[in-house]
Design a binder for this molecule. Structure first.
Ligand code: GAP
Length: 698
């Protein structure tokens, strides 16, 4: 990977992506839309290759995985059952001044001096001046007749000298006249007029005395060098936004602050307490925008797989253990989309839900459950650190969830290696118990060392999540069974037969373990104790009849994150001699040939020599049915090579006069095959070209 991997490198990558048509900002001509990205001609090819490789590896090349393509909008019941309606939220804190939100866990610690204000008093005289100004503004703007009348009314109120600050009773007595003025101002198209109107309404409703002052505290953090007046200005703006016009501040105290995450990073104003903010995009199905018609854009593809589990099982010749794979769009209203495409609001997931037998069932059938250590020769949780090479075996009938989990972590890392992300760029991170999602027994995040990742104390990149491999137990199928009322269990003839062979002690031991697990799930999800015990007993009794709800291992990867990892990993700058032999800096995207958007560039040496062009077109047409070919006849050959280097094309084929046999019959129908990474050039026969390229592209 190129060195050094730091922010300037990210900028170079972002700029290359736009210049060469990998990634564009969505709706760019209208200023863009935060968190949404489009993929240009090269990006679209790269994405397609990645998805196809995932699909082939995870489904087509396996006997135990089948595919699914479900809709993006599904019954909202699915999201209630999955827990997304209630719990798919980020904890957010808000700046009370700017209303900007930040994720509670992403505020960088700051220090300085906090200026703390304990409240403010509205200055009635100044407020009345503002009111007068605003009415005069309205006179100037248009609706002159009405405005003039209101101004007269207001003047007469003031002339009677009844509106002095502190004489709240008299202000209260004028509420009818103020109501009239408030109504008028609320119709004027000016934010300030409307703010004053709402202030007036509030004062009329609550009584001026009550509304005159507030005890709402606010604190503003000043970093060194900032003037205290800027804290007061922000505090005044805060109280004005609450409706206390021209507020007189009650300044309490100053406080030294160190490493605090309580202040907004931009405004410096003390943040509100953390509150949950649901990340699902809401919409309405049908013409009526009512609560009954609410639907959500799916935040993950996984739930459709669980909801269609029975249909897939009944319509395909699959038996547990087996998996269902799906690739598709997912949407999350991320609060802070960041790091280019890393956290987007619209993205694609490649998810496999791999259904396995519960450990009790494995033990009943196979006699014992192999631990991950037995299955792989390594402990199930190797702790966090560089991805280690395990010794992945062929799946065995005695594998329990831990062995299957480890197996999928290994399979996924092998997949990444196979498309050009070396193990040294990946980190296998075992989530700590307190980090696990409510449904997970264990989760391994496969991290990639993105240039923007944090660094550890040794200065090493720590990596950011590329994929999560979660052991989700039987949570999802159980939830859908409870919410839909449709059975999600399977019948397993092997279990029924094996159960009959077990001795009583074994039967009751396994039943008890299964009962305990089911009871734990049912009570945790809020089922009342007596009902939970009854249902858990029925589930445990089901084992003897060969029935159980499968458990799930879920490798879940994001397409965009993988594309970004491939782009970061591929970016290199090096020097190569130009046509005249002078060293020249070039940018080269060293994509693995499997993912490269263009596999081969076909280049006639000169475009004004019909024989060369004819031959080059023949070569293009020979290769095109088998791979993505780019034909380029424009410019000097060295420049054309550089263009293909930037696009990440691993091979270029040049058709020259030798190809036409002009320098002797032995070179006739041979071409130059140029290798992107080291610039090496081989002479190869056109007849061998296809098989040679196919072999290298893999
Ligand atoms: N079904 C499990 C699930 O959705 P997740 O960890 O929330 O788990 C899985 O998401 C993967 O989807 C992540 O590892 C990441 O690659 C991708 N992903 C999640 N949120 C994303 C976002 N906002 N932008 C891009 N990719 C995202």
């Amino acid at each position: 990977m190129a060195e050094p991997k730091e922010i300037p490198l990210m900028e170079k990558i972002v700029s290359l992506c736009k210049r060469r048509g990998f990634i564009f900002q969505s709706s760019e001509i209208y200023g863009g839309i935060n968190g949404f990205w489009d993929y240009g001609p090269l990006g679209a090819e790269l994405k397609r290759n990645v998805k196809e490789l995932w699909w082939n590896t995870m489904s087509r090349q396996r006997d135990d995985v089948v595919g699914l393509e479900a809709t993006i909008i599904m019954s909202p019941q699915i999201w209630k059952a999955s827990g997304h309606v209630d719990t798919f939220a980020d904890m957010m804190r808000e700046c009370p001044l700017t209303k900007k939100r930040v994720r509670a866990d992403q505020v960088e610690p700051q220090g300085g001096t906090a200026y703390c204000f304990s409240g403010a008093e509205m200055q009635i005289d100044e407020f009345m001046d503002l009111l007068s100004e605003e009415i005069l503004e309205a006179v100037k703007k248009g609706d002159a007749e009405e405005a003039k009348r209101k101004h007269e009314l207001f003047k007469s109120l003031r002339e009677k000298e009844k509106l002095e600050s502190g004489r709240f009773d008299e202000l209260d007595q004028q509420s009818q006249s103020f109501k009239e003025i408030a109504k008028f101002l609320s119709q004027v198209e000016s934010p300030r007029a409307q703010a004053i109107a709402s202030q007036l309404y509030q004062a009329i409703k609550e009584g001026w005395r009550k509304h005159y002052r507030t005890n709402e505290p606010v604190a503003v953090l000043l970093r060194s060098g900032e003037h205290p007046e800027s804290a007061r200005k922000k505090a005044r703006q805060f109280y004005e936004a609450l409706g206390y016009f021209v507020p007189k501040l009650e300044e309490d105290r100053t406080e030294p602050i160190q490493d605090s995450t309580d202040f907004h990073p931009e405004s410096g104003v003390k943040l509100s307490p953390a509150r949950p903010f649901n990340l699902m995009f809401k919409t309405y199905v049908g013409p009526v925008e009512s609560e009954d018609n609410v639907a959500y854009l799916r935040p993950e593809t996984a739930q459709a797989i669980f909801a269609q589990f029975k249909n897939v099982l009944d319509s395909s010749r699959v038996k547990v253990p087996f998996g269902i794979a799906q690739i598709g769009k997912a949407f999350r209203n991320e609060v802070t989309p960041r790091n280019y495409t890393f956290r987007s609001r619209e993205f694609e997931q490649m998810e496999l839900e791999f259904f396995i037998k519960p450990d009790e069932v494995v033990e009943a059938i196979a006699g014992h459950v192999a631990t991950a250590a037995e299955a792989f020769g390594v402990p199930p949780s190797g702790g966090s650190g560089p991805a280690k090479a395990g010794t992945p075996n062929e799946p065995q009938p005695d594998w329990g969830w831990q062995a299957w989990h480890k197996y999928w972590v290994e399979e996924r890392i092998k997949f990444y290696e196979g498309i050009g992300l070396p193990r040294t760029t990946l980190v296998e991170y075992w989530q700590k118990p307190e980090e696990l999602a409510h449904y997970a027994r264990a989760t391994v995040d496969i991290l990639f060392k993105f240039p923007f990742s944090k660094r550890d104390e040794k200065g090493e990149l720590m990596g950011e999540e590329l994929e999560g491999v979660a052991a989700r137990s039987d949570f999802d199928l159980s939830q859908h069974e409870r919410f839909s009322g449709k059975p999600m269990g399977v019948f397993d003839e092997e279990l029924r037969a094996a159960w009959g062979e077990l001795d009583d002690a074994k039967k009751s031991g396994l039943s008890k373990r299964y009962y305990d697990a089911r009871l734990k799930y049912l009570t945790k999800t809020g089922v009342e104790q007596a009902k939970a015990e009854k249902e858990a007993k029925e589930d445990a009794d089901g084992l003897a009849k060969g029935q159980y709800i499968p458990h799930v291992i879920e490798p879940s990867a994001g397409v965009e994150r993988l594309i970004l990892a491939l782009l970061c990993n591929a970016y290199y700058e090096d020097t190569m001699p130009d046509e005249k032999g002078k060293p020249e800096t070039r940018v080269v995207m060293k994509f693995h040939p499997r993912v490269a958007p263009i596999k081969v560039g076909v280049l006639p040496l000169l475009k004004n020599k019909p024989d060369l062009v004819k031959k080059a077109l023949e070569v293009r047409d020979l290769l095109r049915p088998h791979m993505n070919v780019f034909y380029d006849d424009a410019g000097a050959i060295g420049r054309r090579y550089r263009r293909q280097d930037e696009a990440g094309t691993p091979f270029c084929v040049t058709i020259d006069f030798d190809t036409l046999g002009e320098k002797g019959p032995e070179l006739k129908d041979t071409v130059t095959l140029r290798h992107r990474d080291d610039g090496r050039q081989d002479r190869v026969r056109i007849a061998d070209l296809l098989s040679l390229l196919n072999e290298r592209i893999g």
